[in-house]
Design a protein around this ligand. Structure first.
Ligand SMILES: *Cc1c(COP(=O)(O)O)cnc(C)c1O
Length: 359
């Protein structure tokens, strides 16, 4: 594995996680059985899920009123499950529309209650984070996407919430640095695994139990957070292998430390934005420096006729996954936790060499 992979997700994980996953598929912990063939109700898997839950609780310093679940259906399922479980029919939820993912969340929430889209950056293709909006203390919750994976913006600080719980989609930046805000401001955090947390197939949901059971609506067990909590995430067969991948990644995160991971991520972002800002061949998509994502960096070529050549040039240097999302084009470089600084240094060198050769 010597390619440098900047794909947006499913994406790179620490090398030791890939190796341990490989080993577990053949023989889990010397049991003489693959992890793929053991029951999810046995002590081996229960130990996996409990340790993963505990690591998340420790990393986020979660108070006791929070529960950690590993669910299926991706973050997209949470767009519906959140309002289904939290928003009463006559309730109103505030949504900040900062990108494709929040737009989808708004669409799903409208099925269950009233949605107040308090601000949107759709007008400029989601290239900034709106700052002028009002929090209504009557809202059941306020939904925000912390990192806009497609456009390359990141929501950095919460306004005065006046007691309104925040629901946050952290799919693409969970554990990328220590939490800036007090965790108690978040009523619910969700993140699909395949960006910073593990293999595709599971979604972490961290929820304040006190917010549940208030909609007056009947919910089928499989969509009901309270039922999942009662069954400790094994209401039905969970994605065993994906959850084990999360556990391995969480152990790695704990070993590195969130502070160190955050410093490294900022260093990588500085390196890449530095090149894009200073090299006239590259045009950053997000002009507002304070809104720039440290995870997904988006840019265009000043000379679009060179796109094909740039693609081949990257390929030839072992750099993959830098093409933008199919809905917006251009370039997107995803630098999740497992990407070392050296990978970004290599990319910057390739960009520089390319501009020398073709300017
Ligand atoms: C990837 C992503 C999603 C969608 O996740 P799925 O697991 O594919 O449903 C939602 N929100 C954000 C911020 C994402 O990056």
């Amino acid at each position: 594995m010597n390619k440098i992979n900047f794909t947006a997700g499913p994406s790179i994980l620490p090398k030791e996680v890939f190796e341990q996953l490989g080993q577990a598929a053949v023989d889990y912990n010397g049991m003489g059985l693959s992890l793929l063939e053991i029951t999810h109700r046995g002590p081996e898997f229960m130990a996996i899920i409990e340790e993963a839950q505990k690591l998340i609780k420790d990393l986020l310093k979660l108070p006791d009123n929070y529960e950690v679940l590993f669910l299926m259906g991706g973050a997209t399922t949470q767009f519906a499950m959140v309002p289904y479980n939290l928003l009463p029919k006559d309730g109103v939820a505030g949504y900040l529309d900062t990108g494709t993912w929040s737009t989808k969340a708004v669409k799903a929430a409208k099925i269950y209650g009233e949605v107040d889209v308090c601000a949107s950056s759709a007008d400029d293709g989601f290239r900034h984070i709106p700052k002028e909006y009002r929090i209504d203390p009557e809202w059941t919750y306020f939904h925000v996407t912390s990192n806009n994976t497609i456009s390359g913006t990141q929501f950095k600080t919460l306004p005065d919430m006046q007691g309104v719980p925040v629901v946050i989609d952290m799919s693409s930046d969970i554990f990328s640095e220590p939490l800036v805000e007090d965790v108690s401001k978040y009523g619910l955090i969700f993140a699909s695994a395949q960006k910073n947390l593990g293999p595709a197939g599971t979604t972490v949901v961290i929820v304040d139990k006190n917010l549940l059971g208030k909609t007056g609506r009947e919910i089928p067990d499989i969509w009901d957070y309270e039922k999942h909590i009662a069954k400790a995430s094994v209401l039905n067969t969970p994605p065993v292998y994906a959850i084990y991948g999360c556990l391995l990644t969480l152990r790695w995160i704990k070993k590195m430390g969130l502070k160190k991971i955050g410093e490294t991520n900022h260093k990588k972002a500085e390196l890449l934005y530095g090149e894009i800002d200073n090299n006239p061949l590259f045009i950053p998509r997000v002009k507002a420096v304070e809104d720039r994502s440290i995870m997904n960096v988006t840019f265009d070529l000043a000379r679009p006729e060179l796109e094909k050549t740039f693609g081949v040039f990257c390929d030839n240097h072992g750099i993959v996954g830098v093409k933008g999302h199919r809905s917006v084009g251009g370039y997107r470089v995803s630098m999740y936790n497992a990407m070392p600084v050296e990978g970004v240094e290599k990319l910057v060198k390739v960009m520089r060499d390319f501009s020398w050769r073709f300017h």
